[in-house]
Design a protein around this ligand. Sequence first.
Ligand code: NAP
Length: 246
Amino acid sequence: MARRLALVTGGSRGIGRAIALALGKNGCDVAVNYNASAEAAEALCGELSALGVRASAFGADVSDRFQVEALFKAVEAGMGPVEILVNNAGITRDNLLMRMKCEDWDAVLAANLNSAFYCTKEAIRGMAKARWGRIVSIASVVGLIGNAGQANYSASKAGLIGFSRSVAREYAARGVTVNVVAPGFIGTDMTGVLKEQVREAILGQIPLGRMGSPEDVARAVAFFASEESSYVTGQVLAVDGGMTMC
Ligand code: NAP
């Protein structure tokens, strides 16, 4: 991979962390965005620097458009224009529809979907001008098939897919590809909170018989972020051990 600058939102932990490392190993400079986990983000930048690439941590709540504007200004001033954007930051606030509070709906849509709109809008101008860009958003298989107790989360992830395909059509002629990775059941803090019974039930639905690792997802993202995927845009790749096969 040519020396490109990647911004990974929510890069401090879990899947985002693995994505930042995979891109760094492929020779990209990496801007690591975090919200609360400043220490983890700084430690990750240390690991990335040891790989011989530039890496800096940038605090910003990406659900807030003003913080996103400031984030892009800071990244551009400190490291240069973003050439690869990975919309990874995400949260869950699970509940059955009847018990779901409006605040939980709003928080999940803001963190998972509005954030991608804000970041993509900030990144796209420079990519279009350079006639090269890669945008990869992390959705979820529940954005494809739904999940009881996750109406807000599923809607945000389905929204990411429609959003990405629209932007892919708008910017294809400018050399910008826009793709989506839809992970299944991946071992991170997000799934660490699930009860044993729930974990067993999910595992029973995975043909490959195991949870995925953050690195499984990161390898798919690295492909979409690379030169090798230049003829691929508007696609959704499920990294789910065969859970959905649709
Ligand atoms: P995680 O371990 O809970 O990590 C979430 C990351 O997102 C953290 O780095 C966190 O940063 C960041 N984040 C959350 N809200 C943010 C905000 N408003 N602004 C900036 N950063 C924010 O989750 P994960 O499992 O790695 O999930 C990463 C992505 O994959 C999410 O979009 C998630 O929906 C998706 N996904 C995960 C799974 C799975 O099974 N784990 C499956 C499908 C899809 P701080 O700690 O700094 O706040």
